[in-house]
Design a protein. Structure first.
Length: 389
């Protein structure tokens, strides 16, 4: 993960929090709302210390009080909760066929979103989209709220210049990404701290915070987009690896039906379906893939679902062997009905596999589809700066 701070500090004192304040905020975030006495117990603080911290966090607007609730005995208890207007962040996901930007608040609610599609991404086109997007998303906030913008997170595929033969992108366009410093380029667009990480790792962060992994401390995440990526959560934290490229499942070696070794990207990616569509209807593949419903090509879709489910089931069981995790979360940039069918097929393939010595995990759907990466990228600066996680 790359973090680029602006040349002049822009983060206000509101967000300069102590370790205990961050711990208290993390407890409140996970609980939804909680009275000070219970916060003190979970944070291992005295009642007085917890009271001082919650009053300070309330005074600077990061948390707010809920209506008092009466227990069985004693006076009513006043719960504290995150103030949705307490902090904001902007997230950008750069994909191989589309890009998304979102403005989110501290609770993860999306306050504004933008999308663009293209045959392939170039640094110049992404910079232009981001420049315009920053102005539009800032415009969703009043002046006071703009002062509570905490960062700009970017999720991007690592080694964008690779897999040219799979994505049908002119090589010279892809090579423009090699050596291109996203953090430095974007720090010239904004005075916010800029954080750059792998796009599917960021999508996993969003799923862990708000989606199918929100109640799980350990799970593997797969995202099927133009190519395949993923993430892994261990001990309630997204594990990025020493180089920030953990769970690069697209590069996982698999054996094809002809017995040859290949990467999962060549078997379980949407570019294979797009290629089949272009073979049948030249030049229409991208439009059909971006449609709200995938209809009119049931035979091609059925073949793609079968091959993709086989690949994801293999990758899922491989991950479980390595990490002994109880849950697999699968999301994709396909329509929701296709995602549901894909998850069902992966479960069926795993049920028919030889799983002796393996505790077969539960397979569930992701929640966010194409916006997963932008949501996770936007939330990462909030997690990094405000919470103890």
């Amino acid at each position: 993960m790359q973090l680029v701070q602006p040349s002049t500090a822009s983060t206000s004192d509101t967000f300069s929090l102590s370790a205990n304040e961050r711990r208290v905020l993390s407890i409140i975030r996970k609980a939804g709302e909680m009275p000070s006495a219970e916060i003190a117990r979970l944070a291992d603080l005295s009642a007085q210390s917890a009271s001082v911290i919650t009053r300070a966090l309330e005074a600077n607007g990061i948390i707010s009080k809920g209506p008092p609730t009466r227990g069985k005995v004693g006076k009513p208890l006043t719960p504290f909760m995150l103030n949705p207007d307490g902090a904001f962040s902007i997230g950008l996901r750069i994909g191989r066929r589309s890009a998304d930007m979102v403005l989110i608040d501290i609770t993860g609610d999306v306050r504004g979103d933008l999308r663009t599609t293209y045959p392939y991404p170039t640094p110049d086109s992404i910079i232009e989209f981001a420049r315009n997007g920053l102005d539009k998303l800032r415009g969703c906030l009043d002046e006071a709220a703009r002062g509570r913008l905490i960062g700009f997170g970017i999720g991007t595929p690592f080694e964008m210049w690779n897999w040219q033969e799979l994505t049908a992108t002119p090589r010279q366009e892809l090579m423009a990404w090699k050596g291109f410093d996203l953090g430095e380029a974007f720090s010239e667009l904004t005075d916010l701290p800029v954080l750059v990480a792998n796009d599917t790792s960021m999508a996993c962060t969003g799923e862990h915070a708000f989606g199918g992994g929100a109640d799980q401390t350990d799970f593997v995440y797969f995202y099927v987009g133009s190519l395949v990526g993923g993430g892994v959560v261990l001990n309630d934290r997204a594990y990025l690896g020493p180089k920030g490229n953990a769970a690069a499942f697209g590069s996982l070696p698999v054996v094809g039906k002809d017995g040859s070794w290949r990467q999962l990207n060549t078997q379980a990616s949407i570019v294979q379906l797009e290629e089949a569509l272009n073979a049948r209807w030249p030049g229409r593949g991208a439009d059909l893939i971006h449609a709200a419903n995938w209809t009119g090509f049931d035979d091609l879709l059925d073949d793609w679902l079968g091959r993709t489910a086989d690949g994801l089931a293999y990758a899922s069981l491989t991950s479980v062997v390595a990490f002994d995790l109880p849950q697999i979360v699968i999301d994709c940039s396909a329509p929701a009905a296709i995602r549901t069918e894909l998850v069902a097929r992966v479960s069926a393939v795993m049920e028919s596999a030889d799983t002796r010595g393996i505790v077969v995990p539960r397979v569930v759907e992701g929640h966010f589809g194409p916006k997963a990466g932008a949501l996770g990228a936007g939330y990462q600066p909030i997690l990094t700066q405000l919470f103890d996680e």
